[in-house]
Each structure stands twice: as C-alpha cells, then as structure tokens.
Design a protein around this ligand. Sequence first.
Ligand SMILES: Nc1ncnc2c1ncn2[C@@H]1O[C@H](COP(=O)(O)OP(=O)(O)OP(=O)(O)O)[C@@H](O)[C@H]1O
Length: 588
Amino acid sequence: MKGKRSLIAIQMTAQRKRLIYLTFISLALGAAIVSQAALLAEAVQRIFVEKASFSSVALLLGILLVVMAIRTLLSYGNGTVGLHMAATAKKNMRAAVLQNFTHASMPSSLQGQTGGKVSIALDAVDEADSYFSQYMPRMVETVIIPILILVVTFTQHINSGIIMLVTAPFIPIFMILVGLKTKNKSEEKYTQLAEFAGTFLDSLQGLVTLKIFGRAHRQQQEIERSSLRYRDATMDILKIAFTNTLMLESIVMLSIGVVALELAIQLLVFKSMSFHTAFFVLLLVPEFYSLLKSSGTAFHNGRTSMGAIRKVETMLADTNDRNDLKDQPIGLRTFPKKLFPMPPAIELDNVRFQYAPDSFELNTGSITIGPGDHIALAGHSGSGKTTLLHLIAGLLKPVSGAIMVNGNPLTQQNETIWFEHISYITQHPYIFAGTFADNIAIGTGRKVSRAEIEAAAADAGLSKVVSQLERGLDTPVGEGGRGLSGGEKQRLAVARAFLKRPSIILFDEPTVGLDLHTERILQHSIATLAKSATMITVAHRLYTIRHADNILFMDHGVLVGSGHHDELMKRLPAYAEMVDVQRKGVPG
Ligand SMILES: Nc1ncnc2c1ncn2[C@@H]1O[C@H](COP(=O)(O)OP(=O)(O)OP(=O)(O)O)[C@@H](O)[C@H]1O
C-alpha cells in the first residue's frame, strides 16, 4: 500500500470534471440563497413597513419566485451530479474488485472466506454511495456557501457576523470528533458483516457435514453470535448518529437564538439598525446553520462510507500483494508464440517452494520432462505431489530455482496462452449450476457446436449416463455439481478436456471411491486424451504408477528418486515399501 493512492483519491481524480460542476453549482446556489433572502426582506419591508401597494411589489415577488425556482433547480443539479459521481465510483470500484478476483493467483484465491469476499464486493461497495452522493456535494457546498453568507452578513451587521464566526467552528470540530469514532466503528461493522456472511455461507455449504457430526446446533449458535456482533456494531453507529444529530441541533438552535436576540436588542432597544437589515440577517442565519448542520449529517454518512471504502481498499491491497503483480507473466502481445512447440519440454531446475516461512518445504532438484512423456508423481500423503503439480501448472511461483518450458522460464510466459495448452483434472472438479452441455462447453474459450459437445461427452464415457437422463445433455446440474457422483464429475472434467485438446494434462487421480467400471472408463478416456500430450499424474493407483514413462517419487517435499517402476523397486527401499503397502491394502 505504501506510496499508493487511496481509492477515494483515484475516484476523485477520475471525476474531476464533476467536482468542477459541483463547485460552480454551489457558487450559484450561494448567490441564489443570498438573493432570495435579500428579495424576501425587501418585499416584507415594502409590504408591511412601507405599506406599499401589491402592484408596486408584484415585480419583486415575481423575481423572488424565479430565484426560488432557480435555487430548487440548483439543489436538484447538485444532487444529480452527486448521484452520477456515486454511480461511476461504485461501478469502478466493483470492476476493480471483480478484476482482482478474476486475476487472483491460486494462493490468493484460496485465502479468506467466500461469503466475506462477496459481502465486501456487494455491501461495502454499495455503502460507498453516500460518500460520493451526499458527503462530497455537501462538503463542496459547505466550503463555498457559508463563507458567502458570512461575508454578506459582515457587510450588513458586524456583530451578527462575529457571533456566527465564533459559534460556527463548534459544528466542524464536533463533526471531526464524532467522525473519527464513526470511521473506526464503520470498519468494525464491515469486519463483522464479512465475518457473518462468511460463517453463514460456510455453514450452508457444509450443512450435511455439520448435521452428520451433530454440530448443526452449535453452528447455529455461532451464526447467532456472529449476527449479534454485527447488530451491535450497527447499533453503535446508529447511537453515534443519534447523538450527533442531537448535539448538532442543540448547537444550531442555540446559535440562531443568540443571533436573533442580538438583532432584537439592536433593533428594539438600541434602534441602531433598520428592520430591513435585521430581517435580511435573520433570514440568512438559519440558512448558514442549516448548511453546516446538513454537512454534519453528510459528514457522518461520509465517515461510515469511508470505513466501507477502506475495507474494499484493504482487500484490494491484500490480494494485490499476494498476487505480487510485478511477477505476473508478461503481456499478451509481447509473448513470442514460436517458443511453444507443443507438447513442450519441461525442466525443473532446483525449484524450491514454501507456502509460508517455517512451513512445508518442497525441493525438486533437477527434473526433465520430455515432450509427450507420461509422468507419475508418487509418494506418501503430504509429500508434496499436488504442490509440485501446481508449480508445474504455473499456479504457484517458486521461491527459488526455475521451471523452464522449452528453455524459457515459466514465470515469463503469458499466463493466458500457457493455460490454453493445459487441462487440469482435479479430484473434485468444480461444476457450475447449469446443464451438462453448459458445463462441458466451458472447456474451451471458442464457440462450440452441439455435435462437438456430444462427441466430447462420448469420448469422456458420459454417453450412457447422459442417455439415461430425460433431458440428456440439457439436464440441469446443481451448484457445485450437486446431484452428480464423484466419477461423473471427473468425467465431465475430462469431457471439457476433450473439447480443449490440451498439450499438457495435469491429472489428480482419485484416491478413493470409484467402482472398477467407472475407473476403467476414466482411465481409457484419459489415455486417449493423453496420446498427443504430456501427462503428469498425481498417481495413487499402482496401475498408473507402473505404466508411467517416468515416476517421480517424493518424500517429505524432496524428490528422492526418479525412474521406471522396476528400477525404483530395486534402488529405492521407500518406494518398494510404498508399493508393498499398496499391493496389500489398495487394489492396484
Ligand atoms: N494452500 C496451502 N497452504 C499451506 N500449506 C499447504 C497448502 N497446500 C498444501 N499444504 C501443505 O503442503 C504439504 C504438501 O501438500 P500436498 O497437497 O502437495 O501433498 P500431496 O503429496 O499431494 O498429498 P495427498 O497425496 O494427500 O494429496 C502438506 O503438508 C500440506 O499440509
């Protein structure tokens, strides 16, 4: 965040033109307010003091009406400019948040609770509204109009001007004191809301697990506690708002009273001023304080908004830091495509990786993967197979060492082009709410025909499953693949890969759960897909390990050996032991 401009400053610069409009409208509004008071004072003077006929003041009253209409229009204009500013600012902020989510690196996407992120993207951005729609227009008005009124008052009656000058600062001082507290409270409110949203979504998604473990009631209490914390934070802000209003009203009433008293004494006791001047000043004084008062309310809303904007800012800064943008792949146009004979040769040169300091560490040593090789990553649970797969995929960045693709560092490849060549079939592929066909079609960025989707489904061994469904490929699938078996989800992922025809297949083999028939279908489809591709499999089945061109055997984050099955059986006791356990325990 150091040296970076705040979100508000960025928005203000982007909307400089509207700020200039606000300034001019406020100037005109100030002039209209003073003119209205002057005309009204003149009309009252003529009608009630000088007893002038109606026809002689008709023109004056006409002008007064026009000025009042202009004043209304200017107020409306100020509000409209503020609303436009708020709409643009919210649109920009939401776009920045969405851009941040879509460009987030793998580790960054995995951090934090989904519900919390959604709440910041929606609620916190919405809360930013009043900063631009109310706070800014009122602040511009407050800087211009009260000064204008004060100058006019001084020219009419110095004593009233002095009273106004002395009492006015109490309002901003009070606003600042309250505002500081409000901003902190508002940040707290958004932390509570994000926490509440996160807990709520998490509980909804894990409802079945919670019920099975008899934790539903306890989780319900946790949601209740979380919602009460949010309520308390909101009530704290409301408490400040009510106290704020009470204090502001008191200051304003008292100040107007003092000026009115002073005017009355001058007019009636000392007879040192005319009725016209006294009435003119008396009309200006409430305008002066009402502007300061409304800016006080706007200030409170503005500070609440600032707390929300600060939350958005922190989230953007956090993910930016984690994404480490300066290390992101280079731009699309600068990438030379000829460096990409596919499938590529991949080399790992002493790659070292850690998720966090003092945590699990991965050291690969030197690994070479030839074009079209079928590699099995083997090792005990937690030995770092998936981490290595993510490094090769470019989803994680090495702390030191390099992953070279066709002789070029992977970190310098363009992410979009690199991902165009990869299919990653995880154990739990994400299935979106939609139809089978929609879910298969996302396998490629290009437009695909129905025939292509049907062919991909058939290649992935889904034809039988689909034919048994009443609506076939148009059958809706629940969010997160609800209603599909683990094998069906993986086959859907394979169908996506058939559409894409990747040069590199990264496959996280299912550890458990598939029946022999489904497993054969899956193996067969993946073997077809892998014919013209490099395939790197996190292998749990002995069958897969034995048939690999090369086995990379990992132990506690270190690549302890590589080679063919027979070779490793002779050379590596740890490998032989793992195979032995597999043979005895798990069907290979
Ligand atoms: N996102 C993460 N943040 C921090 N540590 C992680 C993260 N992902 C994995 N780890 C840790 O890194 C180590 C290696 O995990 P990894 O998933 O690579 O092992 P694995 O060999 O694939 O295991 P399995 O066969 O059980 O899937 C483990 O100790 C794990 O706790």
